[in-house]
Design a protein around this ligand. Structure first.
Ligand SMILES: *Cc1c(COP(=O)(O)O)cnc(C)c1O
Length: 393
């Protein structure tokens, strides 16, 4: 008897519905062009916003990290796994983010899971944007607090929900993505902070797609809105624009000191390796001294948006380099993505339930490493296929 018959059934269902995920394998380094199935493809899928994954300085720093500290940390941070590299990265990140203190974690998802259950517990209230990332949702669930979802970016709704619960004398947390990855829209943090102040709520933003993208030198969404010191918890990932792996929380000295005593992924899981940590120290150094990559990313984002628009594509209302090319029908979007792939363009089709029904799309992720010629090639293929499928005229 197959004990996993119930899983096999579900897998078969996924395949029938056409939502089974075929995992693509890269045979080259992540970059503007990648090799898949032996073929060179234009890559419009990755979160490698600044092209730092293959940056020579960053690669050398990783190698230095290995030479000096080996390949692993060897214990959890609270026992013997805190290397001087971890402390240096935390200090550098705090400086970069203009925050009092930073705690390093192993990923963005773990940063959310580490933080939320320490801030709110059973009986407390979480006000969460309905489109928040899965890792925020998991952190919320782990906390056992009551989750009140408000309409996406809708500040009237957020206010109304806080008003509904204003007589509840419990801890209240408002949590939101900074940049929403499917549409590229930005949370209205100044209003969120204002509402939070009025109702005595704690504010938390997950800046995974704003890190290295928004604000001066890519310092993120808090810098972008000039809200230093006003957002209580600023979560980031080091795996997107930063190009490596890891997550962190920036906030007050008290918050970070407490997290180092109690955050479960910090206490019970081994930290980033010397190679990762050393590479990340270099990334922060590069971003601190030079904003040319961030500028180039925006230039490329704006360029491809203009191109798509000029050909009549619906590109939604992104406020960041993330460019959704909205197709509408699920089936057409899947077909579109498949045809792009056949033409040498790797761009991800995104359908329900990740986005609402009827708004299926191809999500285009440009980076600072793309040239204008790369983008022109990509757009020309979109236009060819868009006309064939009747998406544009
Ligand atoms: C990607 C992402 C994460 C997860 O980050 P990892 O470092 O890959 O775990 C968390 N939150 C948001 C909003 C993200 O987009």
């Amino acid at each position: 008897m197959d004990k996993f018959e119930f899983l096999r059934k579900e897998l078969d269902e996924l395949k029938e519905k056409g939502t089974y995920n075929t995992i693509r394998v890269l045979e080259s380094a992540q970059g503007p062009w990648v090799t898949i199935n032996g073929r060179k493809m234009l890559n419009l899928c990755a979160n490698n916003y600044l092209g730092l994954i293959t940056n020579e300085e960053v690669k050398s720093a990783a190698i230095e990290g290995v030479k000096n500290f080996g390949v692993g940390a060897g214990a959890v941070r609270t026992i013997a796994g805190t290397l001087i590299l971890h402390e240096e990265l935390e200090k550098k990140l705090a400086e970069f983010k203009h925050a009092e203190a930073v705690i390093l974690l192993q990923s963005g998802i773990l940063a959310n899971i580490a933080t939320i259950p320490l801030i709110v517990q059973e009986g407390d209230l979480i006000f969460s944007d309905e489109l928040n990332h899965a890792s925020i949702i998991d952190g919320c669930r782990l906390s056992k607090a009551t989750i009140v979802r408000y309409k996406h970016l809708d500040m009237d709704d957020l206010k109304a929900k806080l008003e509904d619960y204003k007589d509840y004398n419990v801890r209240k947390l408002i949590v939101t993505d900074g940049v929403f990855s499917m549409d590229g829209d930005i949370a209205p943090l100044p209003q969120i902070v204002e509402i939070a102040e009025k109702y005595g709520a704690i504010t938390m933003v997950d800046d995974a797609h704003g890190e290295g993208v928004l604000g001066d030198h890519g310092r993120g969404i808090v810098d972008y809105f000039h809200l230093e010191g006003k957002v209580d918890i600023d979560v980031g990932t080091l795996s997107k624009a930063f190009g490596v792996i890891g997550g962190y929380v920036a906030g007050s000295k008290t918050l970070i000191e407490y997290m180092k005593q109690r955050a479960r992924p910090f206490l019970f899981s081994t930290p980033l390796s010397p190679a990762d940590t050393s590479a990340l120290i270099k990334v922060v150094e590069i971003l601190s001294r030079d904003d040319s990559l961030v500028k180039k990313l925006w230039e490329n984002g704006n360029y491809i948006k203009e191109q798509f628009k000029s050909y009549g594509f619906n590109i939604g209302h992104s406020q960041t380099p993330i460019t959704p090319v909205i197709i509408g029908e699920e089936k057409t979007a899947m077909e579109f993505s498949k045809m792009l792939f056949e033409e040498g363009v790797f761009a991800q089709g995104i359908v329900f339930p990740t986005v609402p029904r009827g708004t299926a799309r191809i999500r285009v992720m440009v980076s600072a490493a793309h040239t204008k010629e790369d983008l022109d090639f990509g757009v020309s293929k979109f236009v060819e296929i868009g006309r064939k499928l009747g998406v544009i005229r």
